[in-house]
Design a protein around this ligand. Structure first.
Ligand SMILES: [Zn+2]
Length: 131
């Protein structure tokens, strides 16, 4: 069984998508699994806990995870969708280090602009005091 994981951009493990398929067979489907767990307040969680203790299952009989079953046409549709998305999003995202460097440059530019604006304001105040 082949398993591939795509982690959510936000890094939350519960948002990870798991793609599962049989390798080396004619198995015609791919499973896309996702965590269904949501976090609620204390009493809601207590209620769910009590239901769990007494053996409750969702009306579909699943637990915390569910899956979307993709056949050949759905996998092709997903591929086409990804290809289409990639056509309009051609720029590779920056790495964390590049993002940090870019943010540092922006801060420096803002500081320079702030210094210039402060100098201009001081000159204007000086000029208005002179009359
Ligand atoms: Zn996420």
């Amino acid at each position: 069984m082949k398993k591939n994981y795509i982690e959510c951009q936000c890094g939350t493990p519960e948002h990870t998508l798991r793609f599962v398929w049989e390798e080396g067979t004619d198995w015609p489907e791919m499973y896309v699994e996702v965590c269904l767990v949501q976090y609620y307040g204390f009493f809601k969680r207590l209620w769910y806990g009590l239901k769990y203790i007494f053996g409750y299952k969702s009306k579909y009989g699943y637990g915390h995870f569910d899956e979307t079953l993709l056949g050949y046409h759905q996998v092709k549709e997903l591929k086409d969708l990804c290809d289409k998305w990639l056509e309009t999003h051609t720029k590779e995202p920056a790495t964390r280090d590049e993002e940090i460097r870019f943010a540092e440059i922006q801060v420096k530019m803002c500081n320079r602009e702030l210094e210039k604006a402060t100098e201009r304001l001081l000159k204007l105040k000086e000029n208005s005091l002179r009359g």
